[in-house]
Structure formats: structure tokens, C-alpha cells
Design a protein. Structure first.
Length: 218
């Protein structure tokens, strides 16, 4: 468990492996996809015990549920339908950051492709779930993102957000790029994000370029 600013709490199930593994078929993958069979539950020591729960079925992550004591309902979504994709989970490549009973951030990478996903889960009955399927997550060893932040791309920019405050900043690539999020490293080699700086090595017009910007989160 790691505290940044109470009651904002990050809980990780296991440490991140720095190298890719094979699923057993001979095809290299971002991480081991053999079988996701153990459900995951992330909790906080906040008074009302907010939690995020990922269930497993047939070696795949099946559904996502979240709530807290007194919320009155357990919100739940089927992951494949919600993400419009079957994502291969590995418990070592999932992180959850719980901000008391306000919301939780769930970050994970698809082990088959390395694609990063980011879900912002509101702890109330009706608010919309935030969903990004172009996440630049530090679960990928070539991406460094400060612990309290998330980063993602829309093919023309990198956007960053402080998970505690909601403040944001961005840096542009200068043009729209034909990025395939399932093969992100063919276009974005490496990234370094702190609350005051964005640095990225990105392929533009078939040339690798290093871009950097000092930022102020607003």
C-alpha cells in the first residue's frame, strides 16, 4: 500500500515484471496470458471500505464491480462488452488507485498486445465511467509515469492528469499520427511524465524524434 495524500490510496497486487513472456504458443506477448483464474480485489483503509473487484471466468477477466459500505448498490460491468474487446489480464499488470469514496482509477495492460487501458470508476450510482483505451501506463517498462498521474494519447497529443486533483496538461506531436494502439511501440518508443514535464520519443514522418515540454497542471 502506498499513500500519496490521504485518503488517496494506491494498492497493487504484485510487482511488475520487466520482461515479456510467452503464452506458450511461441508467439511473444507483452506478458504471460496463460490463464487469469484468480479474481482480484482492491481495497482501501478509508472508513467506508471502498473496493474494486475483478472476477475471473474461463481464464479471462469476466466482470468488474465496485462499491463501498453504504453506497446502496454494487456497480458492475461485463469487461469484454464494456471495452469492446477481449483483454488478456495478468494480475501483475493491473493497478488500482482508490480516492476514498469519490472514485477509483483502474489501470491495466492487455497481455496479448501491451495495449494500455484506464478506467475511472465513480463511487456513486449514476455517474459515467471514464474510459481510455489508449493508455500510456507505467506497467510498461518503457513508460515512466509519476505515481499519482495517468497519461494517454489521441494520436496527435499526449494528455496527462493528476489522479488526485483532476488537473490536466497536454503536449502536442505537431501533427496527427496513424497510431495503432495494439502496437504502440511502433510509434511511441518511450515516455517520461512528471507533474512538471512531459518527454516522449515518437516516430514522426518515419523518423524518431524526442519531444519535451514543461507543464503546469490546471
Amino acid at each position: 500500500m502506498k499513500n500519496w495524500v490521504l485518503p488517496f490510496i494506491a494498492i497493487s497486487i504484485a510487482s511488475v515484471n520487466s520482461s515479456c513472456k510467452s503464452s506458450g504458443s511461441g508467439q511473444p506477448t507483452f506478458c504471460d496470458t496463460t490463464c487469469f483464474k484468480d479474481s482480484l480485489k482492491f481495497t482501501s483503509d478509508a472508513k467506508l471500505k471502498p473496493y474494486v473487484y475483478i472476477s475471473a471466468s474461463n481464464c479471462m477477466a469476466d466482470s468488474l464491480a465496485w462499491s463501498y459500505k453504504g453506497m446502496g448498490v454494487n456497480r458492475k460491468v461485463g469487461l469484454t462488452d464494456f471495452l469492446n474487446n477481449a483483454v488478456h489480464f495478468n494480475k501483475n499488470y493491473v493497478r488500482c488507485y482508490i480516492n476514498d469514496t469519490a472514485y477509483a482509477w483502474l489501470l491495466f495492460n492487455d497481455c496479448a498486445t501491451g495495449r494500455g487501458y484506464q478506467l475511472k470508476l465513480p463511487f456513486n450510482k449514476t455517474a459515467t465511467i471514464g474510459r481510455k483505451s489508449s493508455g500510456i501506463n507505467s506497467l510498461d517498462p518503457k513508460f515512466f509515469i509519476a505515481d499519482n498521474m495517468v497519461a494517454y494519447t489521441d494520436r496527435g497529443n499526449i494528455f496527462v492528469e493528476d489522479m488526485l486533483t483532476g488537473k490536466t496538461a497536454q503536449m502536442t506531436f505537431g501533427k496527427a499520427l496513424e497510431i495503432d494502439y495494439d502496437a504502440l511501440h511502433e510509434y511511441i518508443d518511450s515516455v517520461n511524465v512528471t507533474p512538471t514535464r512531459i518527454w516522449v520519443k515518437v516516430k514522426i514522418d518515419n523518423e524518431w524524434k524526442e519531444l519535451e515540454k514543461n507543464i503546469t497542471l490546471k
